[in-house]
Design a protein around this ligand. Sequence first.
Ligand SMILES: O=P(O)(O)OC[C@H]1O[C@H](OP(=O)(O)OP(=O)(O)O)[C@H](O)[C@@H]1O
Ligand SMILES: O=c1cc[nH]c(=O)[nH]1
Ligand SMILES: [Mg+2]
Length: 212
Amino acid sequence: MPVHEIRHPLIRHKLGLMRKAELSTKNFREMSQEIASLLTYEASKDLPLEHDTIEGWCGPVDVEKIAGKKVTVVPILRAGIGMLEGVLNLIPGAKVSAVGIARNEETLEAQPYLERLVGQLEQRLALIVDPMLATGGSMVATIDLLKKAGCRNVRALVLVAAPEGIAAVEEHHPDVHIYTASIDSHLDANGYIVPGLGDAGDRIFGTRQKDT
Ligand SMILES: O=P(O)(O)OC[C@H]1O[C@H](OP(=O)(O)OP(=O)(O)O)[C@H](O)[C@@H]1O
Ligand SMILES: O=c1cc[nH]c(=O)[nH]1
Ligand SMILES: [Mg+2]
């Protein structure tokens, strides 16, 4: 099954802190980026390498470097921006393809509103980032549009995944591996992940109703 729940102690600890309702926007933001980095480390562990020879301090040295056209990071706006820097900290040369998808909070349908993709997608690994995989509608729509644009190698990095969202991705895109800090229990009647994190976009951007 292409779902990887990364149960590393650093991730478990940070995610535990993020679940606290009263955590500040600043801390929630910082931990989103930190967990994104840790998920990136796992999601990139089989990237192909190629040999190179460089001039070292004592003469030529055989080294390895990542082969091919490399990576595009795909934040699903808006909340995915909260993980972007964490990925770029480890893969600074990655190009960014922004995708805007808004979940209709009544119908829970994913509504795409923006697509700014980089070129040569057929040669790149796409790392989609979004804190929440709930019904899976937003993730499936994003993978749909990436594949339509030529992308053949897609991975999804999410802080928290609901079983319903994992099932949706598996059904529509069984080739896509999902890396998550936690597979949570279920969705509530409003399509929110339980125990989840609440509204991740609002917590990252500071737009929680009670703060306005
Ligand atoms: O799996 P789904 O049921 O599609 O739900 C998950 C999506 O909902 C949230 O975004 P939202 O549309 O609330 O937008 P935001 O990023 O602006 O908060 C979240 O960041 C995911 O993109
Ligand atoms: O639990 C959820 C579900 C969708 N979007 C969120 O931000 N949180
Ligand atoms: Mg939101």
